[in-house]
Design a protein. Structure first.
Length: 296
C-alpha cells in the first residue's frame, strides 16, 4: 500500500558481504589477475570495507547471544510481508537497492537480532509501560482502495453506499497493484507502524468492523478509501505487557544513544579479538577496554 524504500539495517552499521582472504583469483585481466588477498587488502582500508567488517562481527555476536530469539519463520514472515506489500514492484526494488532474496533476508534477520538485543538490555518501568499504553492500539486489518484524485475516491464511496462490494471496486478502481486483486487487503499494522501513512492510520483506527471511510482520505500517495476488517478491542493494560515492551524496544531502535550503548555491551561480552593490526581500532568507538586489543 505505502511505497517506501525497503527496510534498511536498524543499527548504525552496514549489512553487506565481504569475501574471505585467500589466493583464489577474483578477476583476470590482460594486465594480470586480482586475488582475494589483494582485494581484501585494498578494501579493508576503505570506510565501506570497515563498515562491512563491523557488521559481520556484530552479526556473529548477536546471533550467538540472541539467535534463539529470532526464528527463520519470523524472517520469512517479514520477507513475505514486504513482498506482498510491494507486489509486482518487489523484485525491481530489490534490484535497485543491490539486494537479492538472500541478502535482504539477512538484513531482516540483522534487524530482528538487534531488536532482540535492545529488548533484553533496556529497562521497562511500570510508568513507562503505562505511558505507552495510553497511545497503544492493537493491530488492525483493513482493505484499501488507492486512487489519484478526490473525485474518483468519492465515486468509489458512492458505489459502496449503493451496495457494491469493496473487493470488486478495488479491482476496478485501485491503482495499488500490490493488493487490488486481493480485495485491497493491507497487512496488519498497529499505531506505531511507520510504514503506514499517519493520515491513513488515524482514519483507519476510527472505524469499527465492517465500516468504511465516508470521505476520501488524503495521504502522500493519493486518495484512499479504507474498510475495517478486524479492529480488536484494546483490552486492559495487563493484557498487552509484551506488546508494550515490543513497541518501546522498537522506538529505541531509532535512538542512537540507546543503540550505541546496547551494541557496545553486546560487543564487549562477545569475546571480540581483531587479528589484523591494520583494523585494530575498527571497534574503538564501541570497545573502550582491553577486549578490543589484538592478540598477535
Amino acid at each position: 500500500m505505502n511505497k517506501k524504500v525497503l527496510v534498511g539495517l536498524a543499527g548504525a552499521l552496514l549489512s553487506v558481504s565481504l569475501v574471505a582472504c585467500g589466493d583464489k583469483t577474483v578477476a583476470v585481466t590482460n594486465g594480470g589477475k586480482i586475488t582475494e588477498s589483494q582485494y581484501y587488502s585494498s578494501m579493508k582500508n576503505t570506510s565501506n570495507g570497515k563498515q562491512v567488517l563491523q557488521q559481520m562481527i556484530l552479526d556473529k555476536v548477536l546471533n550467538k547471544e540472541y539467535g534463539d530469539k529470532v526464528s527463520q519463520s519470523e524472517v520469512n514472515a517479514q520477507y513475505n510481508q514486504y513482498k506482498a506489500q510491494y507486489g509486482s514492484e518487489f523484485e525491481t526494488l530489490l534490484e535497485q537497492q543491490g539486494l537479492t532474496t538472500s541478502s535482504f533476508k539477512n538484513q531482516l534477520k540483522s534487524n530482528l537480532l538487534l531488536k532482540a538485543a535492545v529488548k533484553a538490555n533496556i529497562s521497562y518501568s511500570t510508568a513507562a509501560l503505562k505511558k505507552q499504553f495510553k497511545s497503544y492500539q492493537p493491530k488492525v486489518t483493513v482493505n484499501e482502495i488507492l486512487v489519484s484524485d478526490k473525485k474518483t475516491a468519492e465515486k468509489v464511496i458512492s458505489e459502496l453506499k449503493d451496495g457494491k462490494k469493496f473487493s470488486d471496486l478495488a479491482k476496478k478502481y485501485s491503482t495499488d497493484t500490490s493488493n487490488k486483486n486481493k480485495g485491497g487487503r493491507v497487512a496488519a499494522f498497529d499505531n506505531t507502524d511507520t510504514s503506514i501513512d499517519s493520515a491513513f492510520r488515524k482514519a483507519a483506527y476510527k472505524l469499527s468492523n465492517g465500516e468504511y471511510t465516508k470521505t476520501p482520505v488524503k495521504t502522500q500517495y493519493g486518495y484512499q478509501v479504507i474498510q475495517m476488517v478486524n479492529h480488536p478491542k484494546k483490552g486492559s493494560y495487563t493484557d498487552h505487557i509484551n506488546d508494550l515492551k515490543d513497541q518501546i524496544a522498537t522506538s529505541k531502535l531509532n535512538d542512537s544513544t540507546t543503540l550505541k550503548n546496547v551494541v557496545s555491551k553486546v560487543l564487549k561480552n562477545g569475546g571480540v579479538e581483531i587479528k589484523d593490526k591494520d583494523l585494530q581500532n575498527i571497534l574503538s568507538s564501541y570497545l573502550t577496554d582491553s577486549s578490543s586489543s589484538s592478540k598477535k
